[in-house]
Design a protein around this ligand. Sequence first.
Ligand SMILES: Nc1nc2c(c(=O)[nH]1)N[C@@H](CN(C=O)c1ccc(C(=O)N[C@@H](CCC(=O)O)C(=O)O)cc1)CN2
Length: 281
Amino acid sequence: MSAEIIDGKHIAQEMREQLKDRIKQLKEVTPGLAVILIGDNQASKTYVSMKQKACENLGIYSKLIKLPDTVTESALLDIIQQLNNDQTIHGILVQLPLPDHIGETAVIEAIDPSKDVDGFHPINIGRLQAGGEAFYPCTPNGIMKMLEFHHIDPKGKHAVVVGRSNIVGKPMGQLLLNESATVTYCHSKTSDLKTYTKQADIIIAAVGIRNLITADHIKDGAVVIDVGMNRDDNGKLCGDVDFEQCRQKASAITPVPGGVGPMTITMLLFNTVESAERFSR
Ligand SMILES: Nc1nc2c(c(=O)[nH]1)N[C@@H](CN(C=O)c1ccc(C(=O)N[C@@H](CCC(=O)O)C(=O)O)cc1)CN2
């Protein structure tokens, strides 16, 4: 078997075209996104510039606030407060990871939940658990859209999520559960990982370990979603899944790059447009 490739770039592009129409409908309101970037992390700079470019292409106003990694937590909280009160801003995000001296929880909790387009605030996480209207975290929500696009219904399927981060693993399991999947969480300390992954109809690999998931880890026909963003020995971007091995056995698989990544940014745009729509009602 050779797997169907789940092309995140293509799905992202289709969704972005739909968002353009929604932005046109907003008429007097221009959706506004504030992005706070702290320090000099090269990957973060790249992701932020991709977010800004994507906003520009769609006609979303984006405001970049660059802060040195010496910024204090209290100065950062003040800036967030100003953005909470800024009527031109419908979405606020603080690019992660943060420098060690800044508390992630305090920062996330300072963002007005109605502008928390990353979907990380405890109010949005609680609403996600309740299955209600909320901003859902972008990467897992993007994966749900990819499954939907490929008519892969999680209902009754066994989904194994490998990873337990607050931004991907945990909400991913919750979203799959909300769609009636049976969910197993594994992580970097799970012993005998294969025992679990071999039972999976859908595997989400989001642990940040290059080539952790090999053909031996999956059953024939599994759907394999790779969230990993790692570098190989030559500095080339690669995921948590051995793509060449697993594509021979899986029924559908995402590549890295060009899989989940583009959907993360698209779902950020989606949440920002949704927020502007809510403000304009
Ligand atoms: N505040 C947030 N911080 C972080 C998030 C987040 O959702 N909110 N997620 C990640 C990084 N991230 C977005 O911020 C992100 C990662 C990867 C991609 C992406 O499109 N990757 C491309 C490859 C890009 C490259 O060449 O380097 C791909 O997979 O094709 C987009 C967004 C952590 N921080």
